[in-house]
Design a protein around this ligand. Structure first.
Ligand code: SF4
Ligand code: F3S
Ligand code: FES
Length: 247
């Protein structure tokens, strides 16, 4: 079948292409089970080599090909043509500066992520018996969902609060903080909660819920944000929050 792609393009470095414009491409011999990413490759390789997009794994793992497909944030490598129809509109994700076509500058996104210290902190000596720092299965489950994040930015760039104020740390950074705040082996939960208590922290979330359906990893993003808000209200990290309050 034929499929028409309408792609939002922009090249800020070229004078007559510095403003966004739409360009259509028609592909023939498309199979319903072809992936949107493959079709964008066909456009680039068969019709216009200047079309720019970011991608790597092509299997929903690296998080690099987030884009707005038919008005919603998706990973192009996970979307089949049968899911998007015979007319497909493709745009860069919103709220981040466009570098070229479908490629945005991810630096502001990662700057927010870095602020929440997304790494394990524990200054105690490692156990001398050579074993790992142990925790119960119940404790591990507290942050199981937030370990699945691949930093694709689909959540943050679907959030109207982030569109209105790019200084808001955004849901992805909060999910990143959640991963460690609720890890009973970690010792820097309070520092992360302090960062998220700042004016551009977690309270910029107005519970709009765009982030949760946008997540290609099916992380319950809004729920994680709610748990972080609860932890801040308790005035400390998970250490004194009962498991029953979180579930
Ligand atoms: Fe992507 Fe989901 Fe992580 Fe947000 S929480 S960055 S949507 S994987
Ligand atoms: Fe935005 Fe998600 Fe909160 S869309 S306002 S971060 S619930
Ligand atoms: Fe890696 Fe799509 S190309 S997630």
């Amino acid at each position: 079948m034929d499929v028409t792609f309408k792609i939002r393009r922009q090249n800020p470095e070229v004078p007559d292409r510095e403003k966004p414009y739409w360009q259509e491409f028609v592909l023939s011999d498309v199979d319903p089970t072809d992936r949107v990413l493959e079709m964008l490759h066909r456009i680039k390789w068969e019709q216009d080599g200047s079309l720019s997009l970011r991608r790597s794994c092509a299997h929903g793992v690296c998080g690099s090909d987030a884009m707005r497909i038919n008005g919603v944030n998706r990973l192009a490598c996970k979307m089949l043509i049968q899911d998007v129809g015979e007319r497909v509109q493709v745009e860069p994700i919103l709220g981040l500066p466009v570098i070229k076509d479908l490629i945005v500058d991810m630096e502001p996104f990662f700057d927010h992520y870095k602020r929440v210290m997304p790494f394990f902190v524990n200054d105690n000596p490692v156990p001398q018996d050579g074993r790992e720092r142990l925790q119960t299965q119940e404790d591990r489950e507290l942050f199981d969902d937030s370990t699945k994040c691949i930093l694709c930015a689909c959540c943050t760039t679907s959030c109207p609060s982030f569109w209105a104020n790019g200084q808001y740390v955004g849901p992805a950074a909060i999910v990143g903080a959640h991963r460690f705040v609720f890890d009973t082996r970690d010792q820097a939960g309070q520092e992360r909660l302090d960062v998220l208590s700042e004016p551009n922290g977690v309270w910029r979330c107005r519970t709009i819920f765009n982030c949760t359906p946008a997540c290609p990893r099916d992380i319950e993003v809004t729920k994680a944000i709610g748990e972080v808000k609860l932890a801040i209200q308790k005035g400390t990290n998970v250490g004194i929050i009962q498991t029953s309050e979180i579930h």
